[in-house]
Design a protein around this ligand. Structure first.
Ligand code: DX5
Ligand code: ZN
Length: 219
């Protein structure tokens, strides 16, 4: 399956967001939008006021990654704001004592693709019970909270394990990787079974972001 590249807007130039979206419309597969609340993760980012106008301008799907406590309170608002893909952390569901399966089904009922995210210290087997309900699993390859971190090598084995279980059960659940993704690991992640790659710094800090996206895709 062809790799889909989801540049993370966190690394974009916020003074020129419209230009960045135009560039992504022409070159990327998805736009990855990181929402942080300073509670589930030790950082803050942006919310509805940024996502709404941006999603209106985007001609490719918006992939909203919620790094917030009680994500279920905001699913409908993010879908209304334009989220086509919406993921939350298993860690957040546990904290809220909510059923991840129900949360995934709720997102799907709202018309978006539902994703379950896990940090690098969560055993990948913990998502196995939710592979039927999730459209995609977001495997973090750095600890959620900041762009520009170094890719954790143990991710490859986690992706292989996850992909093997998805195949064993004959499912179509997609695997997305987020954190430290760039030219040195994209192809190998694809070989391990990932199909969606989030890339912030490697895209936006490069001299030619559109060319970098194409290269990550393997073109
Ligand atoms: C980190 C975010 C990532 C981040 C990726 O918590 O979820 O999406 O923006 O940035 P890079 O590609 O720079 O690691
Ligand atoms: Zn992210």
């Amino acid at each position: 399956m062809q790799l889909q590249i989801a540049p993370s807007l966190l690394a974009a130039d916020f003074m020129h967001l419209a230009d960045e979206v135009e560039m992504l419309n022409a070159s990327a597969d998805l736009i990855h939008l990181d929402v942080m609340d300073g509670s589930l993760v030790p950082n803050l980012s942006f919310g509805f006021s940024v996502i709404e106008p941006l999603a209106r301008m985007a001609s490719i799907p918006c992939d909203v990654h919620l790094m917030i406590v009680h994500p279920e309170k905001y699913f409908q608002r993010f879908v209304d704001a334009g989220a086509d893909y919406l993921s939350f952390h298993l860690e957040a569901a546990r904290k809220a004592r909510r059923s991840p399966a129900k949360m995934l089904r709720d997102i799907k009922a709202m018309g978006a693709k539902a994703g379950l995210a896990i940090n690098p210290d969560m055993p990948v087997e913990e998502v196995f019970p939710y592979l039927e309900d999730a459209d995609f699993i977001l495997v973090m390859s750095v600890f959620a909270g900041f762009g520009g971190q170094k890719f954790i090598e143990a991710t490859y084995d986690r992706v292989r394990t996850l992909k093997a279980e998805i195949n064993r059960r004959g499912l179509n659940t997609l695997i997305e990787i987020d954190g430290g993704v760039g030219a040195s690991n994209a192809a190998k992640l694809g070989e391990c079974g990932a199909t969606m790659l989030v890339a912030g710094s490697s895209v936006f800090k490069s001299a030619d972001p559109a060319a970098t996206i194409a290269a990550l895709r393997g073109e």
